[in-house]
Design a binder for this molecule. Sequence first.
Ligand code: CUA
Length: 305
Amino acid sequence: MSGEPIAAGPLAEEMARLGWQMTWLGGAVFVLVVVLLVVGAFRKPKDGTDRNRIMRNWVVGGGVILPVLLVSAVFVLTLIAMRATSLEASDEAVAIEVVGNQWWWEVSYPDDGIVTANEIHLPVGRPVELRLTSDDVIHSFWIPELGGKIDMLPEDVNTFVIQADEAGVFDGACAEFCGLQHARMRFVAVAGTDDEYRDWLENEATEAVEPQAEQTRRGLEVFTNQGCGDCHTIRGTDAGGQEGPDLTHVAGRRTLGAGTLEHTPENLREWISDPHQFKDGVAMPAFDLSDEAMDALVAYLESLE
Ligand code: CUA
């Protein structure tokens, strides 16, 4: 979805720096060992050398002194990175709560009364305080290009602060094995300008538009009759289910099934008719609808901008 992997925020930059520092140190040690091995293999000792003394020197130098120096260096570099990555949430930080579920993400903005799913929107250049927890098993929240990665625990709230310094759409994933569809527990983080972010917030905060056209009205009827509202919420309608993702503004989301499918009307149709063909084990049941009912349902959901 996004382009080349980049470090798009201070956290990710630090992590990348530390990663490269350790790679270069490890690489240097590797080259040194290979050179010494080759020299040792081909050099003939002079007559009268004290082999035991030479051996002792190598054991002490290469087995004690060098590792202590290197490990100390890595320790210091790690401390520096840890310091730099412990961002503090300032007053201007945006608070976002994310709850891990098998296998999707509930995302809410408590200051604005917004609940959405599988997509995190954030303003560029401002710290975002993430409050992470889980509704079932242990998950782990990770956006590689923005840094971090922290466990989401069922009975605890872990917080950390990230920041995007560049606009873009960044892939996020669950990084802790959490069952059958762990690999399809994805999300996207959308970093935009302050204006873009505010527009998004304003739109998300509104209730779903009342369907006007005949087909979308019929779609809401299908949604209600099929019991979709037992699991899904659409604010502004009677649907208030808490089991599955909030669908109030589902039409604006980029993916279906937490990153399983690109969001197109055709894929939405396929997903509703049998989600298990794409994501086995998912809680949502298959719906065997007539073409007319399915067309109406898809048209209605796609009207929820
Ligand atoms: Cu959630 Cu892996």
